[in-house]
Design a protein around this ligand. Structure first.
Ligand SMILES: [Zn+2]
Length: 310
């Protein structure tokens, strides 16, 4: 049984999710598409414990949380707020700043809005996605930095981002973007191996960092024309500047994840609705303290780096 469908328009959204009860029923259907089955005894009837958002098995009394394993777990925000947030994040193509988001959804504090957005971004990444394949363009770019002027490999104060895109005919299909510490052969080869199917044709420029691809199971083509990945980088930079007015290096990976999510789902944005709510796969987002630690250079939370597939 497939998971339930997702709303395709704002009108449908409002009709489907007018209150907490409607959101809960959607979550139950998403988590148990074939109907609830008690994980302890296998019985399929339950009582609904509204106050604690629990299903209780009618036979053995086992209590199953509806929000456990999702980004909504232990949140003080109502489910309707989370649902509206997920709808906005998946359908609002340019993305939004925490301030816009706070106003649109009507969240009382900026801090809460900021945290919710980061939790939603964390759910945009899913382990076990399928790799890029066929013809794959790979290149690096530099983002941010306070000292313009010096460019190219080794630019100071900038964050290095490596990207890959698989090209179907004339069109870019899916992208992968990742913050990397350097542009060595080890780092770049590892990125390609993690993100592209073995046997793919990988097109790069003539940087020495790509010289081992031929020996790593790829057909390596050196070219000065990397049209698709350059277009991705250019759009990414415009988006980061326009929507977020630049982002801190510590959080850049989470914005790369958001960009990747939008790009790879640009044909069917609403299909991402359940994914960002964390209903598709259990994923717990960061805490505020964790994010704050990251901003200070500590490693309380690591922005995930394996972006969502097709
Ligand atoms: Zn039971």
């Amino acid at each position: 049984m497939p998971r339930p469908d997702f709303p395709k328009t704002i009108f449908e959204f409002q009709q489907w999710f007018p209150d907490e009860k409607a959101c809960l029923e959607f979550m139950i259907k998403s988590r148990w598409p074939d109907g609830f089955v008690c994980p302890r005894c296998g019985f399929n009837e339950y009582f609904w414990k509204e106050a604690r958002q629990l299903l209780q098995c009618k036979q053995c009394g086992y209590q199953a949380s509806v929000t456990a394993g999702t980004i909504m777990h232990r949140s003080k925000q109502p489910l309707t707020t989370w649902f509206q947030a997920a709808y906005l994040v998946t359908t609002h193509t340019p993305g939004m700043s925490a301030l816009q988001f706070q106003r649109q959804v009507g969240i009382p504090s900026y801090k809460t809005a900021f945290l919710m957005l980061h939790k939603l971004r964390a759910s945009m990444v899913r382990p076990g996605r399928t790799n890029l394949s066929g013809f794959v363009e790979v290149d690096e770019t530099y983002i941010g930095g306070e000292h313009p002027g010096k460019s190219g490999r080794g630019a100071e104060g900038k964050v290095i981002v490596v990207g890959a895109v698989d090209v179907h005919g004339k069109y870019a299909n899916r992208v992968r973007l990742q913050v990397i510490p350097n542009v060595t052969q080890a780092t770049l080869t590892d990125f390609v191996k993690t993100n592209a199917e073995e046997g793919s044709t990988v097109k790069t420029d003539d940087w020495i960092g790509y010289d081992k691809l031929d020996q790593s199971g790829y057909k390596h083509v050196v070219s000065t024309e990397l049209i698709h990945i350059h277009r991705v980088f250019s759009n990414l930079k415009t988006w980061l500047l326009g929507t977020y007015h630049g982002v801190s290096p510590q959080h850049l990976q989470s914005y790369l994840n958001e960009y990747t999510f939008r790009f790879n789902r640009r044909g069917t944005p609403m299909a991402g609705f359940q994914t960002v709510l964390g209903l598709a796969k259990g994923r717990i987002g960061p805490t505020y303290r964790g994010l704050y630690g990251v901003a200070k250079g500590r490693r309380e939370w690591v922005h995930p780096t394996n972006p969502v597939g097709s």
